[in-house]
Design a protein around this ligand. Sequence first.
Ligand code: ATP
Ligand code: LTN
Length: 336
Amino acid sequence: MDENVKKKVMLSGIQPSGDLTLGSYLGAIKNWTELADQYDCYYFMADLHAITVRQNPADLRRRTLAQMAQYIAAGLDPEKNVLFIQSHVPAHAQLGWVINCYTMFGELSRMTQFKDKSAKNAENINGGLFTYPALMAADILLYQADYVPVGGDQKQHVELARNVAERFNGVYGDVFRIPEPYIPKVGARIMSLTSPENKMSKSDRDPNGCVYLMEKPEDIMRKFKRAVTDSDTENCVRYDPAAKPGVSNLIQIYAAITEKSIPEVENEFVGCGYGVFKPRVGEAVVECLRPVREEAERLLRDKAYLSEVCRTGAERAGYTANRTLRKVYKKVGFVI
Ligand code: ATP
Ligand code: LTN
């Protein structure tokens, strides 16, 4: 690629609100690792977002660093990608406030994640939970991101960011690049292993539904062997999310990991019952996650290295973010 042509920008984040799951790996991180040569990539730990739900401070700190180690272990080279902690770059909170003032109450009220999370945390429906998408829009717009690689559940938030950016540009001229969601064809929505009608989620209360990146192989195998399959009598590996959500979810997982198409997976298991299929999916997951876990464990022992990655990442991110922030401050009429 011509060195002088400016690369398009990719940006995404994950909240360190729980240990990373196979869902966030297949829906997001795995796809990020293939983009570094073609795009300018920014990935962060969304710790500002994480406190919209009450967190234990020691756990939040531990998980934020563990998440950084897992990003690197999954294949994100910190030399080729800008990896940072959101709260280390104050421009996120600063632009977040401005964006809040251009985001409508009605828009925020329609967000599915807000509805889901406020139902789950009825005792703590705070302002941050409600305005979460405005901060997320700021995250994206600060870096003039072209694409936002996320799982399907985040599409609505990226669309909100587009709408707010267009509104702002409509008043002040071309300030923000209009971002697009970048969603994988396979793996965009991995479901719980115990209740396949729900998304696999790190804050799920049922730990058996969820496979964690750092989990021991024997635990992963046990969860796959016990994964809910469907109550039909067919015992056949066929993709049909409406009629067979459990088996279809396992097919998706296997397809995403092996990078095969869904019909290829169906063909591979013709004549095999669930008793053969489920452990095979488990084994594929174990082998895919093993090197990630081992490398993350090694990196977590090297605290000095991790702090240095966080420091240089925040410096590089801050440089880009502050350029946009300054432009916005000028446009809205702040004295700078
Ligand atoms: P929480 O339970 O705290 O809401 P989560 O497990 O749903 O968290 P997020 O931090 O919201 O995960 O998501 C991280 C990234 O991974 C996002 O891009 C999201 O779209 C993607 N992702 C999360 N869960 C899944 C899933 N089950 N299938 C596909 N992608 C997912
Ligand atoms: N809302 C996202 C996390 C997130 C994000 C972002 C993703 C915060 N800011 C900016 C992409 C771009 C989530 O819950 N997974």
